[in-house]
Design a protein around this ligand. Structure first.
Ligand code: SF4
Length: 58
């Protein structure tokens, strides 16, 4: 497989985020729309489904 793109990400609350470097440490991520989303807005249609919180809040 060809080398992977870098995934730039600033979500510091994710365990896969290398905060100081603005980088995701995964080789690939899953991007998905929010449930029942049909707005066409990026914040509804393009959520990172690979996100995992550093601190469990629920
Ligand atoms: S898994 Fe998603 S939210 Fe977490 S660092 Fe990677 S791109 Fe960012």
């Amino acid at each position: 497989m060809a080398s992977c793109q870098r995934i730039l990400c600033s979500v510091g609350s994710c365990i896969y985020n290398k905060d100081k470097d603005n980088l995701c440490t995964l080789d690939a991520i899953q991007v998905s729309a929010a449930a029942k989303s049909d707005s066409g807005a990026p914040y509804d249609e393009t959520l990172c489904a690979s996100y995992k919180a550093q601190v469990e809040k629920k």
